[in-house]
Every structure is written in structure tokens, then in C-alpha cells.
Design a protein around this ligand. Structure first.
Ligand SMILES: C[C@@]1(CC(=O)O)c2cc3[nH]c(cc4nc(cc5[nH]c(cc(n2)[C@H]1CCC(=O)O)[C@@](C)(CC(=O)O)[C@@H]5CCC(=O)O)C(CC(=O)O)=C4CCC(=O)O)c(CCC(=O)O)c3CC(=O)O
Ligand SMILES: NC(=O)C1=CN([C@@H]2O[C@H](COP(=O)(O)OP(=O)(O)OC[C@H]3O[C@@H](n4cnc5c(N)ncnc54)[C@H](O)[C@@H]3O)[C@@H](O)[C@H]2O)C=CC1
Length: 160
């Protein structure tokens, strides 16, 4: 697996989640540092997601037409086969899809992020070892706390 680290402009994007449970909640919380609009489609959506500003909640079963118009899609249900179907449907539409229970099926993976103002460091292991990514990210955060990254990291731009 090879994943290209790029920084995507998401100003005009609504990020789509199929599945609205604990994993969707954790990912949305992290993404909210960059993205303001989400849509979550699932029969049962976590109450904390339902309470979030900027999140359009649609409580129903997945249908392929839910994908229309979305660049970035997370298949985040607890049903492996359904996640795979979402992935196949998304591929056909050329959406970029993240499948939370299978790195091999991901068009992109979620890196471990340290963000400070307009500076971001995103660490990925090509989907192979998320704990290593988290360790590296935490080491970078400690470097920042110790003042080792210099002044440019102290800007206050961004959604944080
Ligand atoms: C491949 C990838 C795809 C993707 O999710 O995009 C993936 C996949 C999987 N994660 C699993 C489990 C957990 N993941 C976390 C947490 C994080 N996972 C993240 C990234 C990635 N996880 C991508 C690779 C990134 C890279 O390239 O290194 C982080 C860094 C970023 C983020 O999620 O935004 C974020 C830390 C956030 C932070 O600290 O900031 C926790 C801990 C928790 O939830 O607190 C657990 C609970 C258990 C545990 O700790 O192991 C499972 C097993 C599911 C199962 O067994 O059922 C799979 C599936 C599999 O590997 O098969
Ligand atoms: N990538 C990652 O970081 C992690 C991934 N996982 C994986 O994530 C998956 C999901 O776990 P949780 O969020 O904890 O499950 P959960 O049980 O909290 O949520 C499952 C969600 O899927 C929805 N769903 C079920 N059938 C659906 C359908 N037909 N259409 C639309 N939505 C449907 C449910 O309504 C619910 O919102 C698990 O398979 C687990 O292996 C778990 C931990 C971390």
C-alpha cells in the first residue's frame, strides 16, 4: 500500500459518513478542526453526533444515491460487507473512500495529526501501524511544547 500525503482544500466540501456510531464520532471530532460541514447516514446515529453543529443527520439505511456529490466518504458502519459495498459504489463514482475496518480498501487513511494554528503535522504509516503514527505525532507535540519547532508554529489561523 502506498498513500500520498497531500493537503486537500475542503472549504467547499461536505464530508459524508455512512455509519454514525463511536468510530464516526471520534473521526468527526478530529476532522472538525478542518471541516465545517458533514452528513451522516445511518439508522442509528450517536447522540453526540446528533447534537453537533454543522452535521446533517439522515436516519435511514444506506442507499448508493447517498454518495452523490461527495468527494470524501467514510464507510464507518459495523457491517464489513456493507462497508465493502459502500467502497465499491464510491469507487464507481470516483469518490475518495475510507473504509474504517479495512486499510486495503481505503483510498486514503486518517493520519495522526498535530495541529497548532495554521501549522499541521500529519503522520501516517501507510495504514500499517497506527500506534507508531500516534507515537511519532506525540513526539512532535512534545517537541513543540519544549519550544523546539520555532516561532512559525505559533500562528492562530485555522479552526482550532
Ligand atoms: C488504517 C487506518 C484507517 C483509518 O481509520 O483511516 C486505521 C484503521 C484501524 N484502526 C483501528 C483501531 C483503532 N484506531 C484508533 C485510533 C486512530 N486510528 C487512526 C488511523 C487509522 N486507523 C488509519 C491508519 C493510519 C496510519 O497510516 O498510520 C488515527 C491515527 C487517526 C484517526 O482516526 O483520525 C487514530 C488516532 C487519533 C489520534 O490520536 O489523534 C483507536 C484508538 C481510539 O479510537 O482511541 C483504535 C482502537 C483500538 C486500538 O487502539 O488498536 C482498527 C481496528 C478495528 C478493529 O479491530 O475492529 C483499524 C482497522 C485495521 O487496522 O484493520
Ligand atoms: N479506523 C478506526 O480508527 C477504527 C475502526 N473500527 C471499526 O469501525 C467499525 C464501526 O465501529 P463502531 O463505530 O464502534 O460501531 P457502532 O456500533 O458504534 O456504529 C455502527 C454504525 O453503523 C450503522 N449502520 C449499520 N447498518 C447500517 C446501514 N445499513 N446503513 C447505514 N448505517 C448503518 C449503525 O446505525 C451505527 O450508526 C467496526 O467495524 C470496527 O472494527 C474500530 C475502532 C477504530
Amino acid at each position: 500500500m502506498n498513500f500520498l500525503p497531500i493537503s486537500v482544500n475542503v472549504d467547499d466540501e461536505q464530508i459524508l459518513f455512512i455509519g454514525g456510531g463511536k468510530v464516526a464520532l471520534a473521526k468527526i471530532k478530529l476532522l472538525m478542526r478542518y471541516v465545517s460541514r458533514f452528513k451522516v447516514v445511518a439508522p442509528h446515529v450517536h447522540e453526540q453526533i446528533r447534537a453537533m453543529e454543522g452535521v446533517e443527520v439522515v436516519e435511514k439505511q444506506y442507499h448508493p444515491s447517498d454518495l452523490n456529490g461527495h468527494l470524501i466518504v467514510y464507510a464507518a458502519t459495523d457491517d464489513r460487507l456493507l462497508n465493502r459495498r459502500v467502497r465499491d459504489d464510491a469507487k464507481a463514482l470516483r469518490c475518495l473512500v475510507n473504509v474504517v475496518d479495512c486499510p486495503e480498501f481505503c483510498d486514503f487513511v486518517s493520519p495522526a495529526i498535530f495541529k497548532h494554528g495554521h501549522m499541521s503535522v500529519a503522520v501516517s504509516s501507510n495504514g500499517r501501524d497506527l500506534h507508531a503514527s500516534v507515537r511519532w505525532r506525540n513526539a512532535i507535540r512534545r517537541m513543540h511544547e519544549q519550544g523546539l519547532l520555532g516561532e512559525e508554529a505559533s500562528g492562530e489561523e485555522g479552526r482550532e
